[in-house]
Design a protein around this ligand. Structure first.
Ligand SMILES: C[S@@+](CC[C@H](N)C(=O)[O-])C[C@H]1O[C@@H](n2cnc3c(N)ncnc32)[C@H](O)[C@@H]1O
Length: 350
């Protein structure tokens, strides 16, 4: 395969030197105004758990990366290379609906396996991601033949993951932002072979309108909502832009609620949706879900505590959440998340 490992391959530096260099570079980039804001909010919301989470979020050199293997482009030697480098299969067979073709590798040591470049005409063999990003996809439990909508899809990691789990009847991947929509198209082209690509529709709609445009059309909807993105906000390069984002943060909840309402409309009765974000913020997580449950009588919570128990060795969860939701808290050695996941079912048309 001619692939180099994450040691000296890409940088010419030994791992220790690389860590020092990364540590020096990234430490300077923490945006103090964001950290102060999070400190106040998350101390109140998470209590004692926040300090451990903060340590991981502010230490990029201890972040981990998972590899999701592409079942449509298998490389014969890849799994032995991963085993040599300490990677192990993630997600235990304990998850009853985990398809055999779904293979994800993680290791406890930090570091990143080299990314594959886009090569026209050749499919990529793996997707690098935060392992917690797979939990919303697993919670959705897509079955072969179901009609699926990925409402906020770019850059496309979860769309690719859905196609590792099942072969939907119709698969609609939507992304509002023009540039990111092109990124989504490129991801799909890089991972999905021709006959399957024909099942996929990529659109650039405002997700808030899809419920009215396609009412009761889908069996499953993923709402991986635009959110505060705690990891990246902490490293905002422009403090003025960071302040503006923090001021506009409240508006995100309203956008998230509107996207959820649209998703509910787009679901067939009996269909289900998964809502996810990569923020710890209660206002963008449980509060949004509570609002939809309190305002839509045809929507019921779905218990995902079995899935959470099945993966509890690999992920650290906030305790005290309700059965239809989970919040992954990053901790040292299990530096996955933040990731909030909630599952709902539409029980009737109105
Ligand atoms: C968390 S990201 C999605 C990540 C993606 N699901 C993945 O796994 O690669 C949220 C996305 O929602 C998009 N977005 C923002 N507002 C939207 C809207 N009104 N309708 C649809 N997508 C929107 C953002 O541009 C962003 O790409």
């Amino acid at each position: 395969m001619g692939r180099e490992g994450p040691g000296t391959g890409e940088t010419g530096l030994e791992p220790g030197q690389l860590e020092k260099k990364t540590r020096g570079k990234l430490q300077k980039q923490i945006c103090q105004v964001v950290l102060d804001h999070f400190e106040q909010q998350y101390t109140a919301e998470l209590g004692d758990a926040w300090s451990g989470v903060r340590d991981v979020l502010t230490s990029p050199w201890c972040w981990q990366h998972a590899l999701l293997l592409n079942r449509f482009s298998q490389s014969p030697g890849l799994e032995s290379i991963l085993a040599e480098q300490g990677y192990r299969p993630a997600f235990p067979a304990a998850l009853p609906y985990l398809p055999a073709a779904f293979r994800c590798y993680t290791r406890t040591a930090p570091g990143r396996f080299p990314a594959q470049k886009h090569r026209p005409g050749r499919l990529k063999e793996y997707y690098l991601l935060n392992a917690a990003s797979l939990l919303p996809v697993l919670a959705l439990e897509v079955q072969d033949g179901e009609d699926v909508l990925d409402l906020c899809a770019a850059p496309g990691g979860k769309s690719v993951a859905i196609l590792q789990c099942a072969c939907p009847g119709r698969f609609h991947c939507n992304e509002y932002d023009d540039l990111r929509s092109r990124w989504l198209e490129q991801t799909i082209e890089s991972f999905i072979p021709d006959p399957l690509i024909n099942l996929i529709r990529v659109s650039k709609l405002d997700g808030r309108q899809i419920g009215d445009l396609q009412p009761e059309f889908y069996d499953k909807v993923l709402v991986d909502a635009p959110c505060s993105n705690d990891r990246s906000w902490l490293f905002s390069a422009d403090p003025q832009q960071a302040v503006l984002r923090l001021l506009q943060r409240k508006e995100l909840s309203s956008l998230q609620l509107q996207l959820l309402r649209s998703a509910v409309k787009a679901l067939r009765p009996g269909g289900s949706l998964v809502y996810s974000t990569c923020t710890l913020s209660k206002a963008e997580n449980s509060d949004v879900i509570d609002l939809i449950l309190n305002s839509c009588r045809n929507v019921m919570p779905v218990d995902i505590s079995g899935m959470a128990r099945g993966v509890s060795q690999q992920f650290s969860f906030l305790s005290g959440t309700q059965q239809h939701e989970l919040l992954v808290l990053p901790e040292k050695g299990r530096a996955w998340g933040p990731m909030y996941v909630a599952k709902l079912k539409k029980v009737s048309s109105t």
